[in-house]
Write a protein that binds this ligand. Structure first.
Ligand SMILES: Cc1cc2nc3c(=O)[nH]c(=O)nc-3n(C[C@H](O)[C@H](O)[C@H](O)COP(=O)(O)OP(=O)(O)OC[C@H]3O[C@@H](n4cnc5c(N)ncnc54)[C@H](O)[C@@H]3O)c2cc1C
Length: 443
């Protein structure tokens, strides 16, 4: 599998992974074609995931700029077409309490507002007619051991008092009776407004909205080389050459090795793995009391997440291999299946129909950054939580491209920090996984 720390290109025109999502869409894209010949443009966007498409949509709709968009493979071939489809009010990995402690209440509220705005934009784009299988509202965060419940209760209180956010505390019995009988869950808190959707359908919906503004994505067009000249940024693809006044990097966790000095060594791509089971029978659903389609995540340092899909399959995810080389080893999918069965012992006979993995983009300080250096702009580092925030980041990136001042928040004021000893990023990740395993199981 493509490994951003080792390979200099994510390929050209590679098909979507064999994911459940790919099986739900018709994959004929009549408007997509590689870019050919010489082009001059005001803005070139590299990468057609949610970030690139949102930036393009906001540039076209709100700032009257028609950017060029190039994508190495297919629209949303990266994370955007292969994630778990959880829409949550979040920005990266940092807890609201940690933000409050680090930057004070006003900044934390500002960031919360940006997270809410991301969800609002996703909802409003869906309301323009994107059919992406939106499921019932609700996000359940389960305590994977009893000692995690006080922390969850405190979080619920904080969110209620700070933001008036309605968060329900559920005992183990309430969770089992009203939502699902997860034997590994020792209680939970439930947010009223997270939800699950089909992420690839969402992305292809954005592509359609973009086409309606006159912007077509050039798929099969990897940016292969980069040069800064007097005329602007010159990017070559296998069949084209683009000179752009402004360059937008929207490649997130799929950014290739040595891609651009502005982002090199400033992120860590980490594999997240997903399995999707066979559809559960009525009997299996009853045996697990699987009543809910809410999205579920646990409190582990090495988190597991799951949801029941519209056709009663279970999507179950967690960490994957460390390198691209190991990504397709069935060990990682089977490990998820084992944990799924521990959570729902009635599903001993179940297996999975789909398994795939994708690169999430970790930043050193656990928050995403929308930044610029001269005329090179980027938004990345969503830390596995960018389905809605990447759309807000794209909106802010478009504003930045046209010279608007962004809110005074760490998300927008500072760029991605360089990793110390970047060559050892994977060793650091391995050590964190060891620590996480010990913390989750023994502490
Ligand atoms: C398994 C998994 C589960 C996840 N689940 C969730 C979830 O439930 N909720 C949530 O909020 N977040 C989730 N995420 C994270 C979320 O999917 C991402 O934050 C989001 O999709 C990032 O979008 P993006 O557009 O920035 O990047 P991407 O969608 O990764 O797009 C980057 C694109 O850039 C292209 N590219 C790279 N290099 C080049 C080049 N040289 N030339 C041209 N194109 C190039 C790639 O082909 C790729 O298509 C998950 C991620 C994974 C992997």
């Amino acid at each position: 599998m493509y490994d951003p720390l080792h390979h200099q290109s994510p390929g050209q025109n590679a098909p979507y992974p064999d994911s459940y999502w790919a099986s739900t869409v018709s994959l004929t894209n009549s408007t997509a074609a590689p870019i050919t010949g010489d082009h001059d443009t005001e803005v070139l966007i590299i990468g057609a995931g949610y970030t690139g498409m949102s930036t393009a949509l906001h540039l076209a709709r709100e700032h009257n700029i028609q950017p060029l968009v190039i994508e190495a493979n297919q629209t949303a071939w990266g994370c955007s077409g292969r994630n778990a489809g959880f829409i949550l009010k979040s920005t990266g990995r940092m807890a609201w309490t940690a933000m409050q402690k680090k930057w004070g209440e006003e900044v934390m509220r500002g960031i919360y507002h940006e997270a809410c705005s991301g969800v609002d934009i996703v909802n409003s784009l869906i309301a323009e007619g994107i059919d992406c299988q939106v499921q019932d509202k609700g996000y359940i965060k389960v305590a994977h051991k009893p000692s995690m419940m006080p922390g969850l209760e405190q979080q619920a209180k904080l969110l209620q008092s700070m933001f008036g956010y309605d968060v329900e505390v559920l005992s183990r019995a309430q969770l089992h009776n009203q939502y699902m009988q997860d034997e590994m869950a020792h209680g939970a808190i439930r947010f009223e407004d997270g939800f699950g959707l089909n992420p690839l359908k969402l992305a292809l919906g954005y592509q359609d909205l973009l086409a309606r503004t006159g912007v077509n994505i050039h798929t099969g067009s990897p940016a292969l080389s980069y040069e800064k000249t007097e005329k602007g940024h010159v990017i070559t693809t296998p069949e084209g050459r683009i000179t752009a006044k402004k360059l937008v990097i929207a490649t997130n966790g799929y950014t290739p090795k040595g891609f651009n000095p502005v982002v090199n060594n400033r992120f860590l791509p980490v594999l997240s793995q997903i399995i999707v089971t066979q559809p559960l029978s009525e009997e299996q659903l009853r045996a697990c009391n699987f009543l809910t389609s809410n999205v579920v995540m646990d409190t582990r340092a090495l988190k597991y997440y799951y949801r029941k899909l519209p056709d009663n399959r279970i999507l179950f995810g967690g960490r994957g291999a460390i390198t691209g080389k190991g990504a397709e080893d069935p060990y990682y999918a089977n490990r998820l299946l084992t944990v799924l069965k521990e959570s729902f012992p009635a599903l001993q006979s179940i297996s999975y129909d789909y398994a795939w993995a994708g690169w999430i983009c970790m930043s050193l300080d656990d928050i995403p950054h929308v930044h610029q250096q001269d005329d090179v702009f980027y938004a990345m580092g969503y830390c596995g939580s960018g389905v809605s925030f990447s759309v807000q980041a794209g909106k802010r990136l478009a504003e930045r491209v046209v010279g608007k001042t962004l809110p005074a928040l760490p998300l927008y004021q500072t760029g991605l920090r360089k990793f110390p000893l970047p060559a050892l990023r994977r060793s650091g990740q391995w050590l964190y996984f060891q620590y996480g395993r010990i913390r989750d199981n023994y502490l």
